[in-house]
Design a protein around this ligand. Structure first.
Ligand code: CP
Length: 311
């Protein structure tokens, strides 16, 4: 297979295992390119991409922008805080105005779940979801599973626990879909208040004891507590969260194997992970960020091929 089955990247839910493997194979080639002295290729020379970020981002926004520039695309950036949305313009009007400037692809982060799918139905451009509320963050899950594959040689058969604020996390849902499609066993772990009630219907295990979860797994993907999405108090204090769910070096050293620690960032140091864990050799957090550029290059390249074939 040399073509994606989808025209947009709206969520991992819509990808096949073959799509994910194709993205990994393409990302492996781009990773080699971005480690050369000349890191740029002309693949997207005729493509114009708009990055629309309606929510804060460091990693995803910079990583997409770098991936686009490495592929020689023309790039425009839009920040909602300084846009005419503040004057009452709708999302569709905003995007259609941007598209009338002959834009081919839109990368969008938005606080509303389903915002990327909504846009894909209403505008004539390729849409890439860079995170929609607590729904999906597909490129994060792709770079996470790519990083597991790189470190462990395979994702199939591996035991992965996703620890923390599952309830408010788009990274959790996209990772569950990606890990399962690639044949991993998935467990979620956190306080009961931060685990969605019907999560077992997705075929994942649930564990509330973090030490048992660490003992079970090969990989722990530790999520940020999403304070900005909380409308109530889900645990008494950060200190209690850190005491019951924070991962420390002595906890890892007590295990009879060396597990891998991942985190999508940004990290609340001392809450989800101690600084000693973040800075240890077991953490592959910066490898995840490095792989993010190659994965996003692969996604952009493969979706641009679909545009070229349609024309
Ligand atoms: N992992 C991630 O989505 O980080 P940003 O919010 O900084 O983009």
């Amino acid at each position: 297979m040399s073509e994606l089955s989808v025209k947009h990247l709206l969520g991992i839910k819509y990808l096949t295992e073959a799509d994910i493997q194709l993205i990994f194979d393409t990302a492996t080639q781009f990773k080699e390119v971005i480690n050369r002295p000349i890191k740029k290729v002309p693949s997207l020379r005729d493509i114009t991409i708009a990055n629309l970020f309606f929510e804060n981002s460091t990693r995803t926004k910079l990583s997409f922008e770098l991936a686009q520039k490495r592929l020689s695309a023309d790039v425009i950036n839009f920040a909602s805080s300084v846009s005419s949305l503040k004057k009452g313009e709708t999302l569709i009007d905003t995007v259609n105005n941007i598209l009338s400037m002959k834009v081919d692809m839109v990368v969008m982060r938005h606080s509303s779940p389903g915002a990327a799918s909504f846009l894909a139905k209403h505008v004539d451009a390729t849409i890439i979801n860079a995170g929609d509320g607590a729904h999906e963050h597909p490129t994060q899950a792709l770079l996470d599973t790519f990083s597991i594959n790189e470190r462990l040689g395979d994702v199939a058969g591996k035991k992965v626990v996703i620890i923390g604020d599952i309830l408010h996390s788009r990274v959790a849902l996209s990772n569950i879909f990606a890990l399962q499609k690639l044949g991993a066993e998935v467990c979620v772990c956190g306080p009961k208040t931060l685990i969605p009630k019907h999560i077992t219907s997705l075929g994942v295990k649930v564990e509330t004891d973090v030490n048992k979860a660490l003992k079970w797994c090969d990989v722990a993907n530790v999520l940020r507590v999403q304070f900005e999405r909380m409308s109530a108090s889900y645990f008494p204090s950060n200190r209690e969260y850190a005491a019951f769910y924070g991962i420390t070096k002595p906890m890892l050293d007590a295990l009879d194997k060396e597990i891998i620690i991942m985190h999508p960032g940004p990290i609340n140091r001392g809450v989800e992970l101690s600084s000693a864990v973040v800075d240890s050799n077991q953490a592959i957090i910066l490898d995840q960020v490095e792989n993010g550029v190659a994965i996003r290059m692969a996604v952009l390249y493969l979706l641009a091929e679909k545009i070229n074939h349609a024309n």
